[in-house]
Design a protein around this ligand. Sequence first.
Ligand SMILES: Cc1ncc(COP(=O)(O)O)c(C=O)c1O
Ligand SMILES: N[C@@H](CCOP(=O)(O)O)C(=O)O
Length: 464
Amino acid sequence: MKYVSTRGEAPALGFSDTVLTGLARDGGLYIPSEWPQFSAAEIRAMRGLAYPDLAIRLLTPFLGGEIAAPAFERIVREAYATFRHDAVCPLVQTNANTFVLELFHGPTLAFKDVAMQFLARLMDHVLIERNHRATIVAATSGDTGGAAIDAFAGRDRTDMFVLFPHGRVSPVQQRQMTTSTASNVHALAVEGNFDDCQGLLKDMFNNPGFRDSVSLSAVNSINWARIMAQIVYYFSSAISLGAPDRPVSFTVPTGNFGDIFAGYAAKRMGLPIERLVIATNDNDILARTLSTGEYRTTGVVATTSPSMDIQVSSNFERLLFETSDRDAGTVRRYMAGLKQSGAFTIDAAALAKIRGEFDAGRATVDETAATIRETLKASGYLLDPHTATAVHVANRQKGDAPMIVLATAHPAKFPAAVEAASGVVPPLPAWLAGLMEREEKYTVLPSELKMVEDHISRHARAAR
Ligand SMILES: Cc1ncc(COP(=O)(O)O)c(C=O)c1O
Ligand SMILES: N[C@@H](CCOP(=O)(O)O)C(=O)O
């Protein structure tokens, strides 16, 4: 198994190099050269497997033989032992045809833990084998940062720098990033929005001098291993509802397009999925793109689902590559348009393929609040605002297949929005008690590449 860049001008890499490289040297994203295939009989045989066993079975073909089986099994089992629910990602029925896939039972109460707990152990393993050190820079709209800090805190082979938009994350999200006492962890509040943070991260990768001087690595969903780990819960939930003999649909609260791209990958691997539904908040670039065929960025607006306040959806590039018959030249043309004018138009054939797999809808702030309130009243289930955008969109879908809505965060991460919508204040679980009283430590920086790079170079142990 090799990994190729969506822009076609960087070398193909094996699995371990792909994990450490993050963004390809041509600015593209790595993607497997082929999709592992699972037949209906093989999927049927997965029924009843515990989550870690399912993960081992589904993910082993991606490794290309580079991680020894006992080490890989240990990595997976340790990662999912950090979850507070025996099923890891349980499924809860909220009405006749709707199921909520709870992805928030990890240490930081967001779906990011599913991949991040795995990735931290995987990276550690590769770095120890190679006797290397890495500097990880992560951009976050709120959840990736906390999950990355929890998973990498105290790991000797890595220094972790998290760029978050100053003043635009929830108080719980901020404390999860700023109260770590681990000396390898650095929270940086950038004066800008998430797209600025992600832009800085990509600019660092596109600056070979800086990139090499600190051994730069990534744990955002530009890193293939993040997407790979997220494929597993599409299989686990669909299988528990009867796959492969009964197709299901998924609605996914979407920002950077990583989570829903994992669903697309699951489908390419043989899982029968009827529809993949993109749910956005007021930052609805993806919903607009599906309806008009033009991907056009506009300003980011702040909403009650801050982790989805994103306009430049990184992983959409992977879908463009796939739906352009893996023609890297087409992807380069689209990305040049995005850089020059903030927009590009998707070719008709690719757009038809995208529409053949995906639907999209959006939820305003008021619709999100109404969905939290109405779902609580109808079923007694308390949604977080991100999941609520998806429930709003899912409720408007047609089709008979069971609808699985991805619940990407615990409501206690967003108590103000949940209380305003429903009158209920969701308490933090016991293991996070005291979080809001802990001392914060972070550095405020302007959204300027040089200043951020200088700060990282001064503090990274891998800096030469
Ligand atoms: C709670 C929550 N929901 C949804 C999303 C969107 O996921 P993705 O960026 O993979 O589309 C995010 C951030 O990524 C998030 O933190
Ligand atoms: N919503 C995310 C944004 C970054 O997404 P990622 O999946 O690429 O890490 C966040 O919470 O930070």
